[in-house]
Design a protein around this ligand. Structure first.
Ligand SMILES: [Zn+2]
Ligand SMILES: [Zn+2]
Length: 88
C-alpha cells in the first residue's frame, strides 16, 4: 500500500495531464453494492483534489472514468501493470 501512495495519479497519467495535488490511496469498489470494499491489495493512486475527491473524480460524478471509458477495476489493472511491469 505504501508503494501505491508514492505513485503518480493513475487517472492523470492516463489522461496525460499534470497532477496538481498529492496522491491519495483509493480503495477500489467491487461489485454493485456500492458499500463493498476490496482489500488493501485493490488500491489505486489518485490525486486528492481532482481525480479522487474532486467534482469529476471517483467520489464525484466520475466524469474522468467516462472520458477514459474505464471502470475502477480497469484503473486498478493499469495501476498493477505499472507497479509490477516496471520492476521486471
Ligand atoms: Zn489525477
Ligand atoms: Zn477513495
Amino acid at each position: 500500500m505504501g508503494r501505491i501512495a508514492k505513485m503518480a495519479c493513475i487517472c492523470c497519467t492516463l489522461l496525460d495531464r499534470q497532477q496538481q495535488s498529492k496522491t491519495d490511496v483509493h480503495h477500489a469498489r467491487v461489485g454493485h453494492g456500492g458499500a463493498q470494499r476490496a482489500g488493501d491489495f485493490c488500491t489505486i493512486p489518485l490525486c486528492h483534489d481532482d481525480c479522487h475527491q474532486g467534482r469529476n473524480g471517483v467520489h464525484g460524478d466520475q466524469t474522468y472514468l467516462r472520458i477514459l471509458k474505464m471502470t475502477q477495476m480497469d484503473l486498478l489493472n493499469a495501476t498493477l501493470e505499472r507497479l509490477y511491469g516496471e520492476s521486471r
